[in-house]
Design a protein around this ligand. Structure first.
Ligand code: ADP
Ligand code: MG
Length: 248
């Protein structure tokens, strides 16, 4: 048995609102294995973003525990939000290498690594472009490259393709699958889309309405690589129906 990368036990988050508190999340208990791709589905306001922020250490859980088993230093986290949140005055390459700059890596090495990442996400030729000259899909590629450049132990994605058109989104699914395989990263991704979850995930967690609790933990045993035609297969339909029933 592989030991999990992370385990939460009764993790719960309550925000103070001057009125007894707003119970946003929990209590949730789950584990994520190394290199696993886990998607989180749930209604709006069910605490999905709150869960990711707690895992990233950006907010403190109100109760429960969060353990990165087996890591002997604090986890390195990559985070991609729905909007790419790039620095508008910096080029593609300068945005990608930002995390290394913060780590004080020597500039030449940082530059070479950023160049490699730009190529990995398909941005060769755009290294010197500014964010304002890029399409939505390209902006999210920059955000992915920036999140992956410091080889995170855990990549957190919060509806990263939510603002993209359908065709671009599906192209990004293929890209993300490829990146995940190539980098052997562990991914936890929030999405609104059942198809997106089934296209990408090894496992899907469904959260209930607020306070979010795990309503379903569904293994996705569809073969890889996955493609468009898979959507019309019987196993895909069966999993989709199970997820839909749990969300409603
Ligand atoms: P989701 O991502 O599933 O849509 P969120 O995690 O963003 O949900 O929010 C869950 C609940 O917590 C919502 O009711 C939201 O308004 C509330 N919430 C989120 N962040 C804060 C905060 N910093 N302070 C107070 N309430 C918050
Ligand atoms: Mg959210």
């Amino acid at each position: 048995m592989t030991a999990p990368l992370l385990t939460t036990r009764d993790l719960s988050v309550t925000f103070s609102d001057g009125n007894g508190g707003l119970h946003a999340l929990g209590a949730v208990s789950f584990s994520v294995l190394p290199r696993e791709f886990v998607c989180v589905l749930g209604p709006s306001g069910s605490g999905k973003s709150t869960l990711l922020r707690a895992l990233a250490g950006l907010l403190r859980p109100s109760s429960g525990t969060l353990d990165f088993n087996g890591l002997d230093s604090p986890p390195r986290i990559g985070f991609v939000f729905q909007q790419a949140t790039l620095m508008p005055w910096r080029s593609v390459l300068e945005n990608i290498l930002l995390p290394l700059e913060l780590q004080n890596l020597n500039p030449a090495a940082a530059h070479a690594k950023a160049q490699e990442m730009a190529e990995l996400v398909g941005l060769q030729g755009f290294e010197n472009s500014l964010p304002r000259d890029l399409s939505g899909g390209m902006l999210q590629r920059v955000a992915l490259a920036r999140a992956l450049i410091h080889d995170p132990d855990l990549l957190l994605l919060d509806e990263p393709f939510g603002s993209l058109d359908a065709l671009t989104r599906e192209r990004m699914w293929m890209e993300l699958s490829r990146l995940w395989l190539a980098r052997q990263t562990t991914v936890l991704m929030v999405t609104h889309s059942i198809s997106e979850a089934l296209f990408l995930a090894d496992r899907v967690l469904v959260l209930s309405a607020r306070p979010g609790k795990i309503k379903l933990d569904l293994p996705v045993d569809l073969p890889r690589p996955r493609d468009d035609d898979m959507r019309y297969t019987e196993p895909f339909g069966r999993l989709a129906r199970q997820l839909k029933a749990a969300i409603e």
